[in-house]
Design a protein around this ligand. Structure first.
Ligand SMILES: Nc1ncnc2c1ncn2[C@@H]1O[C@H](COP(=O)(O)OP(=O)(O)OP(=O)(O)O)[C@@H](O)[C@H]1O
Length: 591
């Protein structure tokens, strides 16, 4: 023997209100949607049939109910039983059960959302050639069908008897606001208490000049540019507004999405590729699907294809700008370079665009990488801003052109340049290579410095640093602390070993190299007058203090991390020098 499921309507309404819909506000959307669909259905058979929807709010009706009237197709008594009173049954599917493309609704649950704000829903409806039917549904699951006076016109009136605690949701002001939010782009005129809330022209049909005004009114900014977008296979048309200010790449870009001209979401995600965070879109699509709550786009292969095509269109806009208005492209890049750089990591065209147009900081002035290559052939670069700041002037003085690739994605972009042209040479600057370009001293001077170097090296030994004296420009720079990449790695390795347990420390030890091969260098500049005086100091104690101070200053200048031993040294050398400098202090060796 077979039985039918029993449905507890209260449970279903609870499910809808707490788990499906974000807020009771959606009741306005669902009622508007049903009214518009009914008009669409009627116009299939009678294209000239009247098409209007009007809402009366409780303040305007004699019994304090909210009424939604439409001139749609109406329902017969049989349809009322089948469609209104059966949850999950929709008149908007074809014989095979597929949702029909011309309608907004598809799930057969929308009307239930009225129970979020009403205890009782009344439907008075007349289908062409059939008597008027009166249906009343209660939130406890009962419903009644009756006959009554004939409606003058074909169509439907849905009446909501407000639930006491939901009266706010039905107040005139709120209803106008919600009807406008959801329905202002609908192709059918909608009035609330006599006021027309639908717009004459939707944004995707506005002229360029009007679009700038629209963006200002809707989003509160004057866009950098407006881009028309289109994906015919999804019945999608719309506009992308380029933000005039940088957007946070981590913040999800939300777009105003309409499906068949009904608002789906003001902050819909997933419409554009993630990198396209520099635009806000307003689009309408007839073929994209909503989730059941109608608050987000359903993720399917069509949405994926839309994302790809919209991404192509935005990329195309940038490339056209590069060709026709390079100045404007540079302005755009100065605002949105992070987005474009992200794109350049995956896309050769974008890489080319960054290469040609994005002015990078270099120690020879700002210029795009392409120009840098034309002038200096090899793209030599620093990977941190600190390293660049420390070495830029010294490198320039040795005629070594260096790019500051210390900002996000720049090293990866530079490393990808050979994909554009295999001839391109890129080279990450190893600071210790710089020292090989410095001049060595003549043998006599070198010999004379031996005693000084012996004392200085003893002071540097506990710090694991090698001291050398070279001559280099600019003469104003007394000392440089140079760490090659390998020793930076080794230092990090040692620091990690100190904090991990024994097993890991053992594993990491396998990577450790002999210390001497990779010691950082403190390079003193013999062209600097102060350094020359320091090398000539008679007192070993003073030499030690001076060398320690130069070491500390070089560390600070290069923004190198200070270990506890370095901080202690800085402190000691500063106080030591102070003692030497302040008259009346204890003489050397008596402390
Ligand atoms: N104003 C109306 N005029 C004519 N028929 C209506 C009206 N409102 C509802 N109906 C009928 O009742 C059915 C159920 O409506 P309901 O809003 O619950 O679901 P739906 O619109 O089909 O789908 P969805 O859940 O996606 O909104 C509709 O398919 C339609 O046939």
């Amino acid at each position: 023997m077979s039985h039918s499921f029993q449905v507890d309507l209260r449970g279903i309404v609870d499910l809808l209100s707490h788990h499906l819909y974000g807020s009771p506000r959606v009741y306005v959307r669902e009622l508007l949607q049903n009214a518009v669909d009914a008009i669409t259905a009627r116009r299939v058979a009678h294209p000239g049939a009247p098409a209007s929807v009007w809402i009366e709010t409780p303040g305007r009706t004699p019994d304090g109910t909210l009424r939604v009237h439409d001139t749609g197709v109406g329902l017969t008594e049989d349809q009322v039983h089948e469609l209104l009173a059966t949850i999950g049954r929709s008149g908007k599917r074809d014989e095979l059960g597929f949702s029909r493309q011309e309608f907004l609704g598809q799930f057969g649950i929308g009307l239930l959302s009225a129970f979020l704000v009403a205890d009782e829903i009344r439907v008075q409806t007349r289908h062409e050639g059939a008597p008027t039917v009166y249906w009343t549904g209660y939130s406890d699951g009962r419903y009644a069908v009756e006959s009554g006076p004939e409606r003058a016109e074909v169509g439907t009136t849905v009446t909501l008897v407000p639930r006491r605690d939901a009266a706010d949701w039905l107040a005139a002001e709120r209803v106008v606001e919600l009807a406008r939010t959801f329905g202002e782009m609908l192709p059918v005129g909608v009035r609330v208490d006599g006021e027309l809330i639908t717009v004459e022209t939707p944004p995707w049909e506005l002229s360029r000049a009007e679009l700038f005004a629209y963006a200002q009114e809707t989003f509160g900014f004057v866009p950098f540019d407006v881009i028309e977008v289109k994906v015919p296979e999804a019945g999608l048309r719309g506009v992308a507004f380029v933000l005039p200010r940088p957007a946070n790449p981590a913040a999800k870009a939300g777009h105003r999405v309409y499906l068949k001209r009904m608002l789906l979401a003001e902050g819909a995600e997933g419409l554009l590729p993630e990198w396209a965070f520099f635009v806000r879109c307003v689009i309408d699509a007839s073929e994209l699907r909503p989730t059941a709550s109608r608050e987000a786009l359903f993720e399917d292969s069509l949405l994926e294809s839309v994302r790809e095509q919209l991404g192509d269109q935005l990329r195309g806009w940038m490339l056209t700008l590069a060709r026709r208005e390079p100045q404007r492209l540079q302005q755009f890049l100065s605002v949105h370079n992070v987005g474009v750089k992200t794109l350049a990591l995956h896309d050769l065209e974008m890489l080319r665009l960054v290469d040609e147009w994005w002015p990078m900081e270099t120690n020879m002035g700002r210029m795009p990488l392409a120009e840098f290559r034309r002038r200096y052939s090899t793209v030599r670069y620093c990977t941190t801003v600190d390293e660049f700041r420390q070495l830029a002037a010294v490198a320039a003085a040795q005629d070594l052109a260096v790019v500051n690739a210390g900002y996000v994605y720049e090293p990866d972009i530079i490393e990808r340049l050979p994909l554009l042209d295999p001839e391109v040479l890129v080279d990450r600057l190893d600071p210790s290579d710089l020292a090989t370009r410095f001049d060595t001293l003549d043998p006599a001077t070198d010999l004379g410095l031996r005693p000084f170097l012996a004392i200085a090296q003893r002071r540097m030994d506990p710090l694991g640093c090698e001291i050398v004296v070279r001559a280099f420009d600019p003469p104003g720079l007394a000392a440089l602390y140079l760490v090659d990449r390998e020793s930076t790695f080794q230092r990090q390795l040692r620091e990690t070993q100190e904090v991990v347990d024994e097993v890991w420390a053992g594993v990491l030890a396998a990577f450790e190299r002999a210390e001497a091969a990779t010691r950082p260098q403190l390079v003193l500049n013999h062209r600097n007058p102060l350094v020359r005086r320091v090398t000539a100091l008679p007192s070993p104690e003073l030499v030690g203090l001076a060398v320690e101070s130069l070491y500390g200053q070089a560390l600070l200048l290069g923004h190198h991390p200070l270990r506890p031993a370095d901080s202690a040294l800085l402190n000691r050398s500063f106080l030591g020098l102070l003692q030497q400098a302040v008259p009346g202090a204890q003489p050397e060796g008596e402390n």
